[in-house]
Design a protein around this ligand. Sequence first.
Ligand SMILES: *Cc1c(COP(=O)(O)O)cnc(C)c1O
Length: 403
Amino acid sequence: MSSKVPFLDLVGLHKELRAELLEVFQTALDTAGFVGGPMVQGFEEAFARFCGVRHCAGVGSGTDALRFALSAAGVGPGHVVITVANTFIATVEAISQVGAHPAFVDIDEATYNLDPVKLREFIDRECRHDTGGLVWRRLGQPVKAIVPVHLYGQMADMDPILEIASQYNLIVIEDACQAHGAEYFSTKENCWKRAGSMGVAAAFSFYPGKNLGACGEAGAVTTGDSEIARKVCMLRDHGQSRKYYHDVEGYNGRLDAIQAGILHAKLLRLPEWTALRQAAARQYGALFGAAHCEADGITLPYEPSWSRAVYHLYVVQAPQREELIGLLSAAGIGTGIHYPIPLHLQNAYKALGYSPGDLPVTERVAREIVSLPMYPGLRREQQVEVVDGVMEATLSLRRHVGV
Ligand SMILES: *Cc1c(COP(=O)(O)O)cnc(C)c1O
């Protein structure tokens, strides 16, 4: 059965842009410029401007962007990197793959992002202060960096995170893979700041389903630091400073010219698409509000006054999540779960030694979150169907358990 309201619809957007995208392919074919070149540079300059930073280096994926940013900023073997467990696995893969050790801090239950209060508690309780800096007692190794993740398109509470980081001399690398164009009001700087412009460096993904998506794999590092930008450019290209002069061992992690051209064309439309996502989020808020969803235990996304979220995902909490998803699916409404198993409890990270109960908010939230359809072309009637579907399902589930 084809769903009435799909979870995501990328085909619609590409129809609108068909002529422009085909032109990018044509240029690449005509010039045989497939790797590097003017299309890559053109996109990098435009994306740096969009984020409000000096430098952008296009890379092969968001995972590459995280790996290269960490490495270029000086994070490596023997270091501890603080992050969250409620994220896509790539955040932690990148930390492990540069040789560092992840340490998880719990999230804020309203924003789903790194909780600055718990970050401070983690430092006070689990770390000691050596002459060389902060040391995580559990491993006896130095804490080097923090990777806040701007999950679902909303930025983490960066002012207190940056303050803690500067107090302990920690590097902050933003995982902005879901937050293209998201904004944070920095009280310290008294202005709105874009995702990707607040840490020492930031990682973006242009995986097709992201708010700015390629027609394949792509990513980028943004930074205000020219030395980090230079290092990322070397790492993505086998550690070359110039052709066949390898200063360090690097990777094959470049951005394709075709993807860069596609991203550049789409970047021009991103503000409009973001406004459509934000309008759809407000619409969900109004429809759910009118249906008194809170009374039925449905929790809507929360946007603090310091946040302008770009709604990569529209995530609600529902007490009987699995049953709800089943009923919605039967009604032709697509959903997702981002993410069902927190990373500290994944088989891949058993060796880190975490147990259930270690991150109570992360674990509770992981049992109740469900992502509803969200994309720029989502129509009002479709949103009405989603909200009706959720409210009907919730009602019938309540009747079933006889509440
Ligand atoms: C998508 C994503 C990544 C990884 O990006 P890829 O381009 O798929 O490698 C990393 N972190 C988060 C939070 C993501 O959503």
